[in-house]
Design a protein around this ligand. Sequence first.
Ligand SMILES: [Zn+2]
Length: 134
Amino acid sequence: MHCSAGNQRNSAEDIVRYHTTPKPRGNGWKTPGYHYIVEADGRVINIVPVTQPSNGVAGHNSHIINVCYIGGVDTSKPGLPPVDNRTPEQKSALKRLLEGLKQYFPDAEIVGHRDFNPKKACPSFDARKEYAGL
Ligand SMILES: [Zn+2]
């Protein structure tokens, strides 16, 4: 689980454009960072097929599915501190998406980006705890 760490009004398209635009304007990645992006209104957009890797966590992408919600930081404050600002629509869409993925990958663990790297705040909530029951 990831957050986009940007404005909640961004679209999935904005995120993909940023990931794939050459540096220095974007990340210059060949593959976007996420398989799924959940926009503020709860719309779920499949970016990369789950049969192919996306680019969410360096060193782990061959065996993970990257899911991202738009938001996750307080854009009104300097330094963009982490905040769990998922909308109710995002919360229910994320749960539905994860429940669906769990049917295909019953042994998958649902964790946050920060569970791979404690220096990261992403996704600004405890995904392991929140989805422990799925
Ligand atoms: Zn992340």
